[in-house]
Design a protein around this ligand. Structure first.
Ligand code: NAD
Length: 304
């Protein structure tokens, strides 16, 4: 089987490519414009890297020719990035996803699409069930809801085999710190390793449901290789819930350094609480189990 991974040079993509090439008879082609990804994330991975954009529909037609499935990860990620440049989020995440769906439609190529827990936004109630209303709080969340909705509508309108997975907070190797939009785990690890205070937005009482990236990669590979489809979105997290304050303490203990915290104002667009309902995920992917956070953090620290 030949799998096209858009955004395959990014954090999750690099892990997905490693998972895919471990399956006998699977070859991987990556389409990535390296806007937030890195070619060296794929060092040692026998995947073909095509440097280009999902906004280039001719190129998409070329790279998807001969693909048996597509894993679509390419996006302008992060809530604060979308606050800084909402139109770019819209173009890459919404229009870009429609471009990828169109490339798949012409050859009926099954596609797995990365959506986000941010689509729940201001909706009250935990855990987040997939049939709860969506109330995006940021342009990023709205663009991911558009991407997911387009994918499901390409399934209902054109019969395209689709799986739209709502990732929660994914962490692990290849997720980098050292830039303004770093995710919370690499940002905290980096600060603690440097003996600097962690920068905590708000009071730290906000909660998140963290998923280790190898687990996410495994689910994506099963979906693509096994043609697992769903006409409804599916959460990709296991229903754990941790405050950002407790996360910082856990990382400091595992690194073996004292924790110092500098509080910053809450960020616009951030949700207060997040926790997945995982019944749909467990029904569709019965063999996949979550990794305990402490073990996932230790593996992440080994990579740093
Ligand atoms: P990432 O920034 O590391 O990966 C995104 C990749 O897409 C990068 O390699 C980037 O260069 C590439 N890309 C961006 N624009 C492109 C374009 N126009 N054409 C081709 N490639 C392009 O981020 P990630 O965390 O690996 O995210 C992967 C996917 O998962 C994204 O769709 C993101 O919205 C989604 N997601 C991630 C999380 C998380 O916790 N990391 C949570 C929810 C959803």
């Amino acid at each position: 089987m030949r799998i096209l991974v858009t955004g395959g040079a990014g954090f999750i993509g690099a892990n997905v490519c490693r998972e895919l090439v471990g399956h006998p008879g699977v070859s991987v082609v990556v389409l990535d414009d390296l806007s937030t990804g890195f070619a060296d994330n794929l060092d040692g991975v026998p995947a073909e890297l095509v440097i280009g954009s999902i906004m280039d529909r001719r190129l998409l037609g070329e790279v998807s020719a001969g693909a048996d499935a597509v894993i679509h990860l390419a996006a302008r990620p992060s809530v604060p990035r979308s606050i800084a440049d909402p139109m770019l989020s819209h173009e890459i995440n919404a229009t870009g996803t429609a471009n990828v769906l169109e490339a798949c439609r012409s050859r009926s190529i099954p596609i797995v699409v990365a959506s986000s827990s941010s689509v729940y936004g201001a909706t009250p109630g935990l855990p987040r069930h997939e049939d709860m209303p969506t109330r995006p709080l940021s342009p990023y969340a709205a663009s991911k809801l558009a991407a997911e909705s387009y994918a499901l509508s390409w399934a209902s309108s054109f019969g395209l085999p689709v799986m739209a997975l709502r990732f929660f907070n994914v962490y692990g190797p290849y997720q980098r710190a050292g830039h303004a939009y770093a995710a919370v785990i690499p940002a905290f690890v980096d600060a603690i390793l440097r003996d600097e205070p962690v920068l905590m937005h708000g009071d730290g009482g906000q909660t998140r449901d963290f998923t280790y990236v190898a687990t996410v990669a495994r689910v994506l590979a099963i979906a693509a290789l096994g043609r697992v489809t769903s006409d409804e979105p599916v959460n990709l997290a296991f229903g754990s819930r941790l405050t950002v304050r407790d996360l910082a303490e856990l990382i400091a203990v595992r690194v073996g350094r004292p924790l110092r915290v500098t509080h910053l104002p809450p960020r616009p667009g951030d949700v207060r609480d997040s926790q997945a309902a995982d019944e749909r995920l467990r029904r569709l992917f019965p063999g996949v189990a979550p990794m305990p956070l402490a073990e996932g953090l230790d593996r992440t620290l080994e990579w740093f």
